[in-house]
Write a protein that binds this ligand. Sequence first.
Ligand code: TUI
Length: 310
Amino acid sequence: MIKSKISKLLNIKYPILQGGMAWISDAQLAAAVSNAGGLGIIAAGNAPVDLVRAEIRKAKQLTDKPFGVNLMLLSPYAEEIAQLLIDEDVKVVVTGAGNPGKYLKEWKSKGIKVIPVVASSALAVRMERSGADAVIAEGMESGGHVGKITTMSLLPQVVDSVNIPVIGAGGIADGRGLAAAFLLGAEAVQIGTRFLVANECQVHDNYKARIIKARDTDTVITGRSTGHPVRIIKNKLAKEYIRLEKEKASVEEIEELGKGSLYNAAILGEMDRGSIMAGQCAGMIKKKQSSKEIIEEIYSEALELFKKFR
Ligand code: TUI
């Protein structure tokens, strides 16, 4: 077994967290990952409180293992969901796309394990001081909302900056990525893109097919000029973003283009004008598998690689 502080902290078998993907990471996926020995995570995304509550309750029915909820801090419902996580006795909270400082004290007082995603060492240090149990250092290879530093550079610098365990994320899709993250000092990894093609993932089949077809150069970051950079697979929508940004269109005009676009891709399967969020590792993903197969394959590949160092 790979010994890891995170497996111990979260009471999980494998040091693998499933990324909270808005409109995609629901109770079914999270429970499948948790039942397989990883940490499943329900994404709150921009969803209203009632929907998130229903998913949390559903996950409790589907697994007796620990699972987490990802609070996307740009959500208009962030405040209400922060309270919901307390009311529903959620064990692990991951935050993304911002600084969760104002919620940390109360979550900690209720015994919730808090794991903020950070894109810099400075935020990691602040989070440790505020009482975070661990941080996720997410490099800009990841899908969706991204920072500016790559996993290779960010992860070891965050590891050097804090004493709490660090989870690596961004560009990790197989056992090589898991092993590499551990060599850079991580105690676990968070994986999103690979779980898009999990059998238990309810994302539209067109989305899964697009991931399987993806090549290494197929993603692009849009929205840097609006302050909300997002990595998506290149398509008509991405081209339109790039055109508007080149023409220095207003933030409102660019953001209007993005409204509902993730829903259009993930739920409606709209591949031309939807936001197909995916990490740069999409090109490595070649087949659909169960969550259990994905986790066990990644883990056994990494174990095999570690034997080289004995
Ligand atoms: O949150 C993510 N990835 C996401 S959220 C999302 S939903 C969305 N939809 C439309 C527009 C925007 C988002 C899709 N993908 N990853 C975690 C993450 N957090 N990556 C980077 C960061 C981050 C960046 C800067 C966290 C904190 C931060 O600093 C904030 C501060 O105040 O210092």
